[in-house]
Design a protein around this ligand. Sequence first.
Ligand code: ADP
Ligand code: GLC
Length: 492
Amino acid sequence: MSRSLKALFLAAEAEPFVKIGGLGDVAGSLPPALRRVSIDVRLVLPLHGVIKKQGLPLHFVCEFSLPYKKKEIIVKVFSLEWAGLTVYFIDGTPISPTAPVYSSDPLADSLKYAFFSLAALRLARELDWQPDILHANDWHTALAVYALKQLRATDPFFASTASVLGIHNLPYLGNGSSALLKAFGLSPGRHALLPKWTQTLPLPLGILAADRIVAVSPSYAREILTPEYGSGLDEFLRARADSISGILNGLDLERWDPLNDSCLEKNYSSETLADRKANREHLQAEVGLPIHADAAIMGMVNRMDYQKGMDLLPEALTGLSLLKQKPAFDWQMVILGAGDAEIEARARQLESEFPTRVRVVTRFDVRLSRMIYGGADVIIIPSRYEPCGLTQMIAMRYGCVPLGRSTGGLRDTIFDYDQTRESTGFLFEEATPQSLLGGMIRALKTHRDKQSWRELQLRGMAQDFSWDRSADQYKKLYADVMREFSKNPEGA
Ligand code: ADP
Ligand code: GLC
């Protein structure tokens, strides 16, 4: 029997240990899914302050040091068995116990994640566990891929390790790292099409060095090759196009299940969809909106970031309230999101503009997010770009119909009501308030037709967003990249 393929999976965040956004969902559910398809995967995370505080039963694994400038930084590694796999936690002075997972200080973050990336790679050697695949994710861990390529030339231990770089969010290149390469003994990257200003940044260097690059949806894999979405790297990415593919994220169907969600007032499934009514009322009561059975409740659960297009909302809602529609649309809106202070403040202002209709909660609140998925009628996702997006998939699983901009993973997972009988939601084209308003009007009109709406909900709930299909695709990709790599170890 052939042995299991070994994959070392690095991420800045992973549920249930720590989650800030979708990367946390993915890194907390893809490794267990890979385990289920017989990949011997080990997950490595930074021992962030928020994880330390949880008092997990961690075991000490080993201690070693990394050369940094003319000194050394001590690395301490701990582990835990979880979901059938070993999770390692890296500790050391750059991972401050008081710093957030992502801080507003690019210098501190870039040192933390460069240290983490290089320590995680070195860990494999300390454990004498030779990975077939190094799978890094986003800028935070991309330097491990770059360092691996340099190490392969000199260190037989890593000579047969191939690399995969997951792109969850291209525009975050890892600014602030320029002096770090030299400090950690790495040389800058060179490529005729790699813009000079990016030659010391982790994500571009990871893209330069990776044997395969995986974007988190097929549409995003194509989009990043264009000037509009390429963050200044599109020409360089086009040169690497043969190594770029897209694999859609899955959902952890146990973690996201309306039949077993303790945050809901009443659990339900597609067979008991009428029970959802109790959750609508519970949501209205929770946020202090009038309990109104006919109102279409629109929800939003998003990081407050320019990416998410929150700024399109005020004008779209004003447009909605000025419509001369007869009978007038009855709508309410619950917005949950945290992040950029200015975007949060603008969102909160909507409450005073629409006191009987809009409620805004600007914090990270898992319970309220689940109440929105389980109680709102429509989830609004007006993203400027969306590599994959999990909110629309979670919403569909909960019978909450998505209205999203036709971009990236939203385009790949939402089938538009006017375009197909298999529709699961609504798509709009332009990142403008008018285009969003057009989508809202279509959704609200359809919501009036109870039968059509129910069918839309049921089709969404019947979608297969499980990780199984994507895990199989990753397994095949790992096997392909190893085969290619063994034929041509110099790689890209
Ligand atoms: P991104 O990774 O760009 O933030 P995704 O749609 O992939 O977007 O994932 C967002 C995840 O974070 C979802 O699980 C969503 O429910 C969750 N989330 C976002 N904002 C909040 C919030 N304020 N409170 C609770 N959960 C949130
Ligand atoms: C990113 C993207 C989001 C994606 C998530 C997980 O943060 O913004 O679209 O779903 O990563 O891959």
